[in-house]
Design a protein around this ligand. Structure first.
Ligand SMILES: Nc1nc2c(ncn2[C@@H]2O[C@H](COP(=O)(O)OP(=O)(O)O)[C@@H](O)[C@H]2O)c(=O)[nH]1
Ligand SMILES: [Mg+2]
Length: 309
């Protein structure tokens, strides 16, 4: 007898939230087994919301990586747009993944928790970077403290970078997703973002990683040309900065820094695309782009997410 419900699977939306630098994008990439979201040892690396679909025999999770949330977003249009991007996914989430760093809890975490309280949705607290703890015995009292803060659905310690316990995270989260008859996405479907977008992001990652503290936040990347011909992809991109001095920094002495950024970017793009890549980079000054709503739109910062296919 075919009992109704026998073939049900779990599927739904999970939004990954947390302050900058806790490892949200690293976690998304690890779970998808592919680099989709750029990472760096700097806050504000992730500027856009990125959807990745995790497909399993018994379910499907649409995972939304978000920019880190800032308590003091300030007046800059860019910062406000980052907070909006991070928070607007919450309303359609079935489960929220709230990521913190093992052994740490600060004001920004409190601020996020207050926001989550209002959502009244299952919150799985992810305690990341457990590989960095010098003494694992300290983890237990820390986890006990967290339990008193909020009725988290689960608390799961993981290492997104080294890979530890992330399978359990998926298991415990699946059972809080709606039961459905069919997978919402084709099993081959990986992301809502197109190659041009991911290409611009990969270039921005190399800039983030190559420059010091100040300039990376003042840069944006647009793709001017993207052409695939047998075994070769020709890409032309512009790196936008806010001031002349920043342009000089990005280019470096005798163009050395720009060359290094270009060759690192080309290398990871060749991995991503599976073709040879010919990459041309230009650096241009656009004063005040972080406050220019139309330019931000061009960078796709305001686009609504959770697309249904
Ligand atoms: N040691 C350690 N580092 C991690 C772990 N997860 C992420 N990181 C590092 O933390 C930094 C920020 O990671 P990222 O994913 O960009 O953080 P996000 O801003 O929350 O998206 C990067 O340098 C990562 O390599 C982890 O589990 N262990
Ligand atoms: Mg990120």
């Amino acid at each position: 007898m075919d009992v109704e419900g026998d073939s049900l699977i779990r599927a739904g939306n999970i939004v990954i939230i947390g302050r900058p630098n806790v490892g949200k994008s690293t976690l998304l990439n690890r779970l998808l087994g592919q680099k989709l979201s750029i990472t760096a040892d700097k806050p504000q690396t992730t500027r856009h919301r990125i959807l990745g679909v995790l497909d399993r025999p018994d379910g499907q999770i649409a995972l939304l990586d978000t920019p880190g949330i800032h308590r003091l977003a300030g007046r800059r249009a860019l910062n406000q747009s980052l907070n909006r991007a991070a928070l607007s996914g919450l309303s359609e989430a079935d489960v929220i993944w709230f990521v913190v760093i093992a052994g740490q809890w600060d004001d920004e975490d409190d601020f996020i928790l207050e926001t989550l309280r209002r959502e009244k949705k299952p919150v799985v607290l992810i305690v990341n970077k457990i590989d960095r703890l010098s003494d694992r015995r300290r983890l237990l009292p820390y986890l006990d403290n967290l339990k008193n803060l909020y009725p988290f659905t689960e608390i799961v310690p993981i290492s997104a970078l080294k890979g530890d316990n992330e399978k359990r995270l998926v298991e415990v989260s699946l059972c809080h997703l709606p039961s459905v008859q069919e997978k919402p996405y084709d099993p081959e479907y990986l992301t809502d973002r197109n190659l041009r977008f991911i290409t611009a992001e990969f270039i921005r990652e190399k800039i983030m990683r190559s420059l010091g503290e100040e300039v990376p936040y003042a840069t944006a990347v647009t793709i001017d040309n993207f052409e695939e011909q047998s075994g070769l992809t020709r890409i032309a991109a512009t790196i936008w900065v806010e001031r002349k001095g920043q342009k000089a920094i990005v280019i470096g002495q005798k163009g050395e820094r720009l060359k290094a950024i270009g060759s690192r970017a080309r290398h990871s793009l060749e991995n991503l695309l599976g073709t040879q890549v010919f990459l041309e980079l230009w650096v241009k000054v656009r004063p005040g782009w972080q406050n220019d709503a139309r330019f931000l739109q061009k960078l796709e910062m305001e686009e609504p997410r959770w697309p249904k296919n």
